[in-house]
Design a protein around this ligand. Sequence first.
Ligand SMILES: Nc1nc2c(c(=O)[nH]1)N[C@H]1C(S)=C(S)[C@@H](COP(=O)(O)O)O[C@H]1N2
Ligand SMILES: [Mo]
Length: 258
Amino acid sequence: MSLMRRRLVTGALGGGAILGLSGCDRLSQSAGFMRGLDSVEALNLWLQRQLMPRPALAREYRPEQISHDFRANGSTDPDDPAYRQLAANGFAAWRLQVDGLVERTLALSLEDLRAMPSRTQITRHDCVEGWSCIGQWQGPTLVAVLNIAQLRPSARYIVFHCADTLEQTLDGTGRYYESIDLDDAVHPQTILAHAMNGAPLSVPHGAPLRVRIERQLGYKMAKYIMRIEVVDGNGLARIGRGRGGFWEDRGYEWYAGI
Ligand SMILES: Nc1nc2c(c(=O)[nH]1)N[C@H]1C(S)=C(S)[C@@H](COP(=O)(O)O)O[C@H]1N2
Ligand SMILES: [Mo]
């Protein structure tokens, strides 16, 4: 079966992680193939919504089901100097910037975020590489933070800008970033997690803050978040290489439904 067919079928069955899409570090596509992917991706998204509408809530698990050893993946110890300096001081000087199409730009400290009402959820993390781990996550909902900033009417996507550079490139497009639509942004399980398994989020898992988007694959769940940018319907084209995320820029699907 061709890769494109396989993407369609796995997407339609909703089993992308289980049926084995290529690993994060293995997939690289030519520009020509990427253009071909757009229509397939649109069809895949359509099929997924027709046959497998996004479930209202992702499954939540019991405390005894939490994985003893939650694997860390991708960047696990960013060496970017600004990040290292923040980490060395316990992220006291770190601020979450919230800007773009908002009425009020924000600069929230870790204390600000910890003081907000939070949600705690035990969920399964599915990596596109084919492994899964169950963990407990705690933090304010993304929508609560967005409501403080107040979205402008033209807002369509939420972009997470991260501290880590996963690939060294001359133009800076090797920095990790991700994006989601407003449907996922306002979802009750979409949280900005500052704690994992009852402890402050560790550096391997994205300290000081990472997002949880429980109906999508692991690569959507940006770690080391520095800035949340709200953009309009054309906004993703202006960021990175224009496809809405570090891995999307390298061939992965933007909507990574499980
Ligand atoms: N900033 C950043 N976020 C990231 C990544 C990364 O390399 N950098 N890797 C992604 C991938 S592919 C996965 S599977 C998860 C891994 O999260 P974990 O390290 O907590 O297991 O983070 C995602 N978010
Ligand atoms: Mo992943």
